[in-house]
Design a protein around this ligand. Structure first.
Ligand SMILES: [Zn+2]
Length: 72
């Protein structure tokens, strides 16, 4: 039988672990790309992220960015 104190510690540990795994996922996502366009903040469609996991822009902003890079 767990005491109230033990339960609180267990609960805190679970929350810590959940927090850590959430941070790890966020970090991994940041390394392979982002879910939001870095230019306009729009959500990058999951289909696009599947094709380009490292995409950091939505398709529209990517086209603009590539055109600008090309024109430089
Ligand atoms: Zn965009």
């Amino acid at each position: 039988m767990l005491s109230e104190f033990d339960r609180e510690i267990a609960q805190a540990r679970i929350e810590q672990e959940r927090d850590a795994s959430l941070k790890a996922v966020t970090k991994a996502l940041r390394e392979i790309g982002t879910t939001e366009c870095i230019d306009c903040g729009a959500t990058i469609p999951p289909a696009r992220r599947r094709v380009y996991p490292s995409a950091t822009r939505c398709l529209e902003c990517q086209i603009i960015a590539e055109r600008e890079a090309y024109l430089k």
